[in-house]
Design a protein around this ligand. Structure first.
Ligand SMILES: [Zn+2]
Length: 173
């Protein structure tokens, strides 16, 4: 049986007035492990590659989140509950000030690795989830059809932004 993993994005009031930024101050919580930081950095590089020469900037630091209204904060959530038919791997709160608060449910990813099988790794689950949730921070709460990075379910997603993802990305700007 194929299990779908939902990547949730909790849409708060501020997301309704989502306004894209040109400079993103990304702040990664220092309590992620070195291996987790590697995977998150890889996810950031996916977007930085897309930004190159396009007038957008992502600056990255490893520090506690100090201002989620202005910063794009990534923090671990250590909830381990994977008992439901679907469960959340990441959640992004979009804030009125243009910043975002991204929670990555890192302690649920071993279950994803076990259920997906086929050489799936913790690094890959975290990299793709970070890339997807950063996508919400950059382009708002919408999900796209299966076969895109911004598909809702893990098993429907691509690792990198597709032309459809990028059309949406530029369409909100
Ligand atoms: Zn999502």
């Amino acid at each position: 049986m194929r299990t779908l993993f939902l990547l949730g994005c909790l849409v708060l009031v501020g997301c309704g007035s989502f306004r894209p930024q040109s400079d993103y101050q990304v702040v990664i919580d220092p309590t992620f492990t070195p291996e987790q930081l590697d995977a998150i950095t890889a996810g950031l590089q996916v977007w930085q590659t897309k930004f190159a020469g396009k007038g957008l900037n992502l600056s990255v630091s490893i520090a506690p989140c100090s201002d989620a209204e202005a910063q794009t904060c990534l923090v671990p959530n250590h909830d381990t509950d994977t008992s439901g038919a679907t469960f959340i791997l990441g959640m992004t709160h979009c804030n009125v000030g243009g910043g975002s608060y991204i929670q990555l449910y890192v302690d649920r990813y071993p279950t994803v690795v076990a259920q997906v099988g086929g050489g799936e790794t913790l690094h890959h689950v975290l990299e793709r989830t970070a890339t997807h949730e950063l996508g919400h921070a950059l382009m708002g709460p919408e999900h796209l059809a299966a076969g895109n990075l911004m598909s809702a379910s893990y098993t429907d997603q691509k690792d990198n932004p597709t032309p459809t993802d990028m059309a949406h990305f530029w369409g909100v700007r």
